[in-house]
Write a protein that binds this ligand. Structure first.
Ligand code: AMP
Length: 180
């Protein structure tokens, strides 16, 4: 369904587990493994994503390492389009381009294969991840897609921790299913 009912949204919300103090004290980790382990919630989510994006004329889905791969690859298959992984530094085997971003302590980097979009210009890409917090990872991912000569037409998250204002950092429209 293109627009989620309150009931469907609640089923998805209730399927995600909160783990307190993981990976460190003070963080409430949103654990989506319980969503994946719940076929009804996972199907509702994927049916909604398919309905939302089937008219977007997308050429590629780019998923962010690692939980973005799960939703992104499943959605790409449903839309019959290609999937591209955006990975943490040092994981992709061929020639890459990279983008650094700032963490609470230090700097991290994401990479994409130089030929990921078959070196075509102006292709339409959806970036997807499970969650946006500060927006550092996703804004680096969107910048990478745009640096590749493609167009990031939207960034999609299952969960948006809106109190961190991460979506304001992104150079693309943002769609999130659950705002917390
Ligand atoms: P950020 O760059 O701060 O927006 O962090 C986003 C990335 O970190 C995503 O890949 C998330 O999967 C992960 N992440 C950050 N905070 C959480 C959280 N509270 N629960 C689950 N994953 C998180």
């Amino acid at each position: 369904m293109k627009v989620l009912t309150d009931e469907a949204r609640a089923t998805i919300y209730d399927s995600i587990r909160d783990i307190k103090d993981f990976p460190k004290e003070g963080v409430v980790f949103k654990d989506i493994t319980t969503l994946l382990n719940n076929p009804k919630a996972y199907k509702l989510l994927m049916d909604h994503l398919e309905a939302r994006y089937e008219d977007f004329n997308l050429d590629y889905i780019a998923g962010i390492d690692a939980r973005g791969f799960i939703f992104g690859a499943a959605l790409a298959d449903r839309l019959n389009i290609a999937f591209v992984p955006i990975r943490k530094k040092g994981k992709l085997p061929s020639t890459t381009i990279s983008e650094k971003y700032t963490l609470e302590y230090g700097i991290d980097e994401v990479e994409i294969h130089l030929d990921a979009f078959h070196e075509k210009k102006g292709v339409r890409v959806l970036v997807i991840d499970d969650l946006i917090a500060t927006g550092g990872t996703a804004s680096a991912a969107v910048n990478l897609v745009n640096k590749s000569g493609a167009i990031c037409v939207e960034s999609c998250f299952i969960i948006n921790l809106t109190f961190l204002n991460g979506s304001e950092k992104l150079d693309s429209p943002v769609y999130s299913i659950l705002e917390i």
